[in-house]
Design a protein around this ligand. Structure first.
Ligand SMILES: [Mg+2]
Length: 577
């Protein structure tokens, strides 16, 4: 309740005030200190309907209940400060609530009682526009789902709530297996329609309290508050998986896709947004690698990935900006002639304070946070341009071997990046060798088939890196256009003494010769190994014996003088990208 009496002169007569109010705003009211209306303008009567019978009613009866406290505070302030205050409130008109800006002014009645003038301006359209803009900034246009920015808010809220309650929650990362194929074959319009329908199905299989966001292409993230029981989590995931397995009828096409899901649980798999998303993403990759259409829950012990280091991740972004990443080049030698025929480009991170950071540390991180696409694209272009320079100095053609990571291989832009690298450097296809692992081929063979065919069409060659250490399912050698096998150092290091390793190398080389594949042995460290491999028909070798990875300026010296710098005693820390 507001004070009933105030000492304030009345500036205008009652009559002239009310005639003024008739023309003011979209509606005008006079109320007493008990909020009771004793005057309303003609426009107010029209707005509220002629029979509204406003006089004698409480203005608060027409306000949305949520807005009443702010309205009362506005009146109190107007009365105390003797100035006009403004509040935005919803006025209940018929069955709908509309937004008004209310100008509140206190004054004294003839009998020196406190009363208020309320000038109302209809701001419902402006409010709707603001609401639309807010929605657009926080939602995905295609599916209407929350976007990454709103997801980030919801995740932070979930973390704060979980901390308060000492409870947990789950984060799911999911995407559509086979989506790219639909997009490529039937066009973006069909792809977009598929995403819209799939997002509705996902949404419907979640609970009301869950958040589903679309964070890119066919990538979605779900936040499930309080769902930390593994059985409950698996049940929700199964519902999502099975809802997508039903055929989609779009534009006269009947489409079949599936979904793979990776889950991370707060707090055991991460106590912040970055860690939770990274670990859910890692689990998603594992789900795809191990058969798709399934849900995998993150597991520190099994996934054997370095702990996601947020400060290191921030440093990586800086490093890209500051040019701290460099490429080193390890010579690849023809076993028969011992001449340099090419180089493998290997990435190094020279941190200004920490010194050289091992690729085994930063590559998995870049793979998890997606930075690998940027780094890998840069490496591919820089290596091609550099090799062009090397061969000008050497006066003979050379080739460059570049490692391609799983995430790069899955990226839609990969082919474009490769084409740009070729164009920029003027290399021909034969001078570029892309190193991929067996895992890449096995995780999505349909995608691999399309992409490798496009790569082979450009004469660019593909090598299987670390051959023999992965799945060793040889069927892919027949299915895909593979040009070379890189025999893993694990089989080389005990040669020629180890009978088993010698047998494995013989089999690999015999297989390669029958399939017309080039062999490159990695990690060759002494002459006995080189002699053995050369006799068995291994075409090329790479290792400390014939040159450690060198910065470009040292490679230029080698090419000019033909002399390799002495190998230091430092162990070969350079694992491939
Ligand atoms: Mg490699």
């Amino acid at each position: 309740m507001l004070p009933a009496r105030i000492e304030r002169p009345l500036a205008v007569s009652k009559l002239s005030l009310e005639s003024l109010l008739e023309t003011a705003g979209d509606a005008a009211f006079r109320i007493d200190s008990n909020y009771r209306i004793f005057f309303c303008s003609q426009k107010a009567r029209q707005a509220f309907g002629a029979d509204a019978g406003l006089i004698g009613k409480l203005i608060t009866d027409y306000l949305a209940p949520d807005d009443i406290p702010a309205f009362q505070a506005g009146l109190a302030e107007a009365s105390e400060s003797a100035t006009t205050t403004r509040v935005n409130s919803r006025l209940q008109i018929g069955n709908s609530a509309q937004w008004y800006e209310l100008q509140l002014t206190s004054c004294a009645s003839d009998s020196n009682q406190l009363e208020f003038l309320i000038l109302a301006r209809d701001v419902s359209e402006q409010h709707a526009t603001e609401e639309r803009l807010r929605h657009m900034a926080t939602h995905d246009v295609l599916t209407g789902l929350p976007n990454r920015s709103l997801l980030s808010d919801r995740l932070r809220m979930a973390i704060a709530q979980a901390r308060r309650l000492g409870a947990g929650f789950a984060v799911l990362a999911l995407d559509l297996d086979g989506f790219k194929k639909v997009n490529d074959a039937l066009g973006h319009a069909v792809g977009d329609a598929l995403l819209r329908v799939a997002s509705v199905r996902f949404r419907d299989s979640l609970r009301n309290i869950d958040t589903l966001a679309r964070v890119g292409g066919d990538e979605f993230i779900a936040v499930l508050p309080s769902a930390i029981d593994i059985n409950e989590l698996q049940m929700i995931a199964r519902r999502m998986i099975s809802t997508v397995q039903l055929p989609f009828e779009i534009d006269g096409h009947v489409l079949y896709v599936s979904t793979s899901i990776g889950a991370a649980i707060y707090p055991q798999h991460g106590d912040n947004e970055v860690k939770l998303l990274a670990h859910a993403d890692t689990a998603l990759y594992r789900a795809k690698e191990t058969g798709k259409s399934r849900c995998v829950i993150y597991d520190f012990a099994k996934f054997d990935l370095p702990e996601h280091d947020v400060s290191m991740e921030a440093a990586m972004y800086d490093a890209v900006r500051n040019g701290e990443f460099r490429l080193y080049y390890q010579p690849i030698i023809e076993a028969r002639t011992r001449k340099i025929v090419g180089f493998e480009a290997l990435m190094r991170w020279m941190h200004p304070d920490l010194g050289s950071i091992s690729p085994t540390q930063f590559i998995p991180m870049a793979e998890a946070n997606g930075l690998i696409n940027l780094l890998g694209g840069w490496a591919l272009k820089a290596a091609c341009v550099q090799i062009r320079h090397f061969q000008e100095v050497a006066g003979r053609p050379l080739y460059v071997s570049v490692n391609v990571s799983p995430r790069q291989f899955r990226n839609d832009q990969f082919l474009q990046v490769m084409d740009d690298a070729m164009k920029l450097s003027g290399l021909n296809g034969q001078q570029l060798l892309l190193e991929i692992t067996e895992g890449i081929l096995m995780s999505d063979p349909e995608h691999a088939e399309v992409l490798l065919a496009a790569i082979a069409k450009r004469d660019v060659r593909i090598a299987i890196d670390d051959f023999g250490t992965g799945y060793s399912s040889l069927s892919y050698l027949k299915r895909f256009p593979i040009a070379a096998l890189k025999i893993d150092r694990a089989f080389i290091k005990d040669l020629p003494v180890s009978v088993k390793d010698a047998a494995i190398c013989n089999v690999v080389m015999s297989l390669a010769s029958h399939l017309n594949l080039t062999t490159i042995a990695e990690g060759v460290e002494n002459d006995q190994q080189l002699d053995f491999l050369s006799k068995q028909g291994c075409a090329m070798i790479q290792g400390f014996l014939t040159g450690r990875p060198l910065p470009p300026e040292e490679v230029l010296q080698v090419l000019q003088t033909g002399v390799l710098p002495p190998v230091s005693a430092v162990a070969e820390g350079a694992r491939a990208l």
